[in-house]
Design a protein around this ligand. Structure first.
Ligand code: NAP
Length: 351
């Protein structure tokens, strides 16, 4: 992994011992244009990668070091896979030559007041917050390609925004009365041990959390408001499922006057028909998280509701891939002028 050709883009991963960092390494293992040159950790600093992620033993990867020990001069780009809050301090100190894809929530919200309201403190890097481009690849491709700093979207916001943005932009659904009921695998909460993600707390059951106050709500609303050209609020309730990976979102919408479910399907197919990673599934098919496990795909299903004038959309992604590291790599490919799909078409070393 480190002795490859000099023409490769030299990559660092800040926070490589966590779930999204490990997933990036899995994907980069079959990327022929990037070379992993530096990995950091905090508690696990000093360890070889194979000890932290046995499924990555076959990679010839550098050992994990502390962020303070990194020599950025030898790097072209970094993925930042750190907890939110810590991230803005770290990124503010990075040299200007680096391209950065940040997987945390720190640079996703454009409005500093909304950030302060939801994260409980003023943003510590306001200039960077202004500079950052929101990285929902299919919707912001040109801006991402020209960006230095990309804020990779949250796992929950990715599927619903992909499904709803074209429909709101075309005024085919009502901007009011949007309900997003989403279920996530436990890896979404990260690798750091916490009581609420212990097997005994999550196994054999399902529960809602962050009810009416989850921090992904303003992120979803920001994107949908931009699509609709007017402020939108949504009902959003996340649930924790006894599975490792995947997010299924069930989305309930009201059709605009004179619009049918067939019109919604035609609109989504027109928008995503040529996309490598976003697919509208066949009529009558309900997408499942198992269909996208380990891949960068987002599947979108669409049904007429039994209630007149309403439709149900279903989106399935892998939270660690299209919901995090896969989309981050898709964005970094664009920023580096590479084919967007590089490293994402196969998924070896699956844990
Ligand atoms: N998990 C998901 O599905 C998902 C999806 C989308 C976005 N995200 C976001 O992506 C980021 C990473 O998520 P994750 O799930 O990979 O988290 P994680 O598994 O908890 O990993 C966090 C990483 O950051 C390091 N770290 C923790 N505190 C640090 C500090 N104070 N200074 C320097 N390094 C520190 C950890 O090192 P040690 O292991 O040595 O402690 C680890 O490498 C988060 O902001 C998260 O919200 C996650």
């Amino acid at each position: 992994m480190t002795n490859s050709s000099v023409s490769k883009i030299r990559i660092g991963i800040l926070g490589a011992s966590g779930y999204t960092g490990g997933e990036l390494l899995r994907l980069l293992a079959c990327h022929d244009g990037m070379e992993v040159a530096m990995l950091t950790a905090e508690r696990r600093a000093g360890l070889p990668l194979a000890q932290v992620f046995p499924h990555l033993t076959a990679l010839n990867a550098p050992d994990l070091i502390k962020i303070g020990e990194v020599d950025y001069a030898g790097l072209d780009a970094v993925f930042c896979c750190l907890p939110h809050g810590t991230t803005q301090e770290v990124i503010a100190g990075l040299p200007g030559h680096l391209k950065i894809v940040d997987l945390s929530a720190d640079f996703r919200l454009g409005d500093p007041d909304v950030y302060a309201e939801w994260y409980g403190h003023a943003h510590q890097a306001l200039e960077l917050q202004k500079e950052a481009i929101y990285g929902l690849t299919e919707l912001k491709r040109a801006e991402i390609a020209a960006a230095r700093l990309v804020a990779n979207p949250g796992c929950y916001p990715t599927g619903p925004q992909l499904a709803l943005t074209p429909l709101l932009a075309a005024k085919q659904i009502s901007p009011e009365d949007i309900i997003i009921d989403a279920k996530s695998g436990v890896s979404g909460a990260g690798r750091e041990p916490k009581q609420n993600t212990l097997y005994a707390e999550v196994g054999e059951g399902v529960h809602a959390y962050g009810v009416a106050k989850h921090r992904h709500a303003p992120e979803i609303e920001q994107g949908l408001s931009e699509a609709a050209g007017a402020p939108i609020t949504v009902n959003f309730t996340p649930h924790l499922m006894p599975m490792n990976r995947g997010i299924l979102a069930s989305i309930y919408v009201r059709l605009a006057d004179g619009v049918s479910v067939a019109d919604l399907r035609a609109s989504l197919e027109q928008n995503y028909g040529r996309e490598p990673f976003v697919h509208v599934v066949a009529e009558g098919v309900s997408p499942a998280t198992r269909d996208v496990r380990g891949s960068n795909h987002c599947l979108i299903g669409l049904f007429a509701d039994r209630l007149p004038g309403r439709a149900i959309l279903l989106t399935a992604i892998d939270n660690l891939v299209k919901g995090a590291s896969g989309q981050a790599l898709q964005n970094m490919n664009l920023m580096c002028g590479l084919a967007e799909t590089t490293g994402l078409e196969q998924a070896p070393l699956f844990p």
